[in-house]
Design a protein around this ligand. Sequence first.
Ligand code: G4P
Ligand code: NA
Ligand code: NA
Length: 190
Amino acid sequence: MKKLEEIILSHGEVYGKDILKVDSFLNHQIKPKLIQEMAEEFADHFKDKNITKILTVESSGIAPALLTGLKLGCDVVFARKQKSLTTDDNTYSSTCYSYTKEEMKRLMVSKNFLSEEDNVLLIDDFLANGQAAKAMVAICKQAGANVCGIGIVIEKSYQDGRALLDDMGIDVYSLARISHMDGKEIDFID
Ligand code: G4P
Ligand code: NA
Ligand code: NA
């Protein structure tokens, strides 16, 4: 998505090789019109997959997931993050390790909102090491739901997540794919 790449170049701040700060349109302030255009791209790519539910992770995945759900006409569920690692009988849950935050977290989804009838589209703002994505896949598996693919706003292709999801046979559709970042430079894969 050309427009997203341009906004990343003009508004993104790079910290070292790994962290891209995009607080002005995605992670803190949110630009609705831009998110709507992202949602149109996701909806167009996945429109023939009979998506019945979108699953994302709070908090930054919710905006793109919501507008994609509006476009595809399905409900949106966000996995909640819990600090406590205790389980609850009425939830599906999976733990993952956050490399950026250096902590374990548990993602959980109520059993009321995901079932074996569902064709699920996963959405997230960033794909880095893929641990959040992997946890969402695990949650879908517990529910017996079918994972139809994953829509990512910004993929850092040089980190492990993309290859991990490719190896799982998942259709990964990323709107911007960063091949390299360093200081002021950001390179994209076409
Ligand atoms: P992973 O899921 O791909 O393994 O990534 P990781 O644990 O490293 O990411 C932890 C959090 O940091 C996630 O958000 C993820 O979206 C975000 N993240 C990863 N790389 C970047 C980056 O380069 N820039 C920015 N801005 N975020 C990045 P989160 O902690 O779950 O927070 P939020 O959804 O509430 O914003
Ligand atoms: Na984030
Ligand atoms: Na996120």
